[in-house]
Write a protein of this length. Structure first.
Length: 302
C-alpha cells in the first residue's frame, strides 16, 4: 500500500521590520508633498488665465470688485461688440498690422542674425573677437538709452508713422541674443563638413545655405518663436513710432478701450486680450514639435 506524500507548507513570510517601512513612508510622504506643492504652484500660475476667461463673460460693472471667477449668468456681449470694431476701425485691421510686423520681424531676424552668426562662427577675419565682444556688450545697454536718439534719427528721415523703425533693426542683426544663440549652435557643427564642401567647390554662400542652415533648425525655430512673441506683444515701439489708429497693432488697440475720461471698457478689453493670445498660442503649437525634435537630436548621423 503506497503512501501519498504531501508537500510541506511554505513558511510564512515574516512582516517587514519597522526600520524598512520607515524609508518607504518618508518617500511616499515626500512624493505627496511634492505633488501638492506642484498643484499649488500650478493653481497660482493658472489663476490669472482663469480670471481673464471668466471676466470676458461678465458685465462691465461685475469685473472689478467681483470675487467669483465665473459669472452665474455669462454673457457674450463683450465678444459681440468686437465685431463692431474700435473707433470705427475693424479689429481685423489691428491683427493684420500685428501679423505683418511679427512676420516681418521673424524674417529679418532669421536672415540677418544667421548671417552674422555664420561669420562669427565659421569665418576667421581680423577683429572678430573685438566685434563679438562689442556685440555682446549691447545686451547690457538699456533700450531706453537709445530711444531718443533713434527717434530723432527716424524723424529726420521722415520715417515716423511707418513700420520701418520697428523692422529696420531686425534686418541689421541688432538682436545680439539671437546672434549669440545661433553662433553657439554653429560652433558645435564639425569643421569636416566645411572642408568636404570646399573640396566639392562650394564657397561660403553654398556652405551656409546648404549645410549650416539645415543643421541649425533648432536655433532658427527657437529664434523665430521668441521673435514672433516679442513683436506681437511689443507695446513701446508702436506707441512711440505710430500715430494713426489704422496703423496700430493689437497691443495699441487695447489702449483704445480707455476713453478720454478714463472710463475703461474692461469687458471688451479682456475679450480682445484673449483673442490676441490665439495667434501666439497657435504659432507656438505649430512649431513646438520641430523645436523639441531639434533639441533631441543635433541632425548629425554617425
Amino acid at each position: 500500500m503506497s503512501s501519498v506524500s504531501h508537500p510541506a507548507p511554505a513558511p510564512a513570510q515574516a512582516p517587514a521590520p519597522a526600520s524598512a517601512r520607515a524609508p518607504r513612508r518618508r518617500r511616499t510622504a515626500g512624493s505627496v508633498a511634492w505633488h501638492m506643492g506642484s498643484l499649488a504652484v500650478l493653481a497660482v500660475v493658472l489663476y490669472p488665465v482663469v480670471w481673464v476667461i471668466g471676466g470676458s463673460f461678465k458685465p462691465n460693472d461685475r469685473i472689478v470688485g467681483s470675487l467669483d471667477l465665473f459669472p452665474t449668468s455669462p454673457i457674450t456681449e463683450n465678444y459681440g461688440r468686437l465685431a463692431d470694431g474700435i473707433a470705427d476701425i475693424p479689429i481685423s485691421t489691428f491683427f493684420v498690422n500685428s501679423a505683418a510686423l511679427a512676420v516681418g520681424s521673424v524674417v529679418g531676424v532669421l536672415i540677418s542674425c544667421s548671417l552674422a552668426a555664420y561669420a562669427f562662427a565659421r569665418i576667421r577675419f581680423a577683429g572678430r573677437n573685438l566685434l563679438f565682444t562689442l556685440m555682446i556688450g549691447t545686451l547690457l545697454l538699456p533700450y531706453h538709452v537709445l530711444l531718443i536718439p533713434q527717434y530723432v534719427l527716424f524723424q529726420k528721415l521722415e520715417l515716423i508713422n511707418t513700420y520701418t523703425p520697428l523692422l529696420l533693426g531686425k534686418y541689421l542683426a541688432t538682436d545680439a541674443f539671437f546672434v549669440f544663440l545661433m553662433m553657439q549652435f554653429m560652433r558645435n557643427l564639425p569643421r569636416e563638413l566645411d572642408e568636404a564642401a570646399r573640396l566639392d567647390g562650394c564657397g561660403h554662400p553654398r556652405i551656409f545655405w546648404s549645410i549650416v542652415l539645415p543643421l541649425c533648425r533648432p536655433a532658427l525655430i527657437t529664434s523665430a518663436i521668441f521673435t514672433f512673441i516679442n513683436a506681437w506683444n511689443d507695446f513701446m515701439g508702436p506707441l512711440i513710432y505710430l500715430n494713426e489708429p489704422d496703423k496700430y497693432t493689437v497691443s495699441l488697440a487695447l489702449k483704445m478701450f480707455v476713453d478720454q475720461d478714463g472710463v475703461a471698457n474692461y469687458g471688451g478689453m479682456i475679450a480682445m486680450s484673449l483673442i490676441a493670445l490665439l495667434p501666439v498660442l497657435l504659432f507656438f503649437l505649430a512649431f513646438q514639435r520641430y523645436l523639441i525634435d531639434g533639441m533631441a537630436t543635433s541632425g548629425l548621423k554617425g
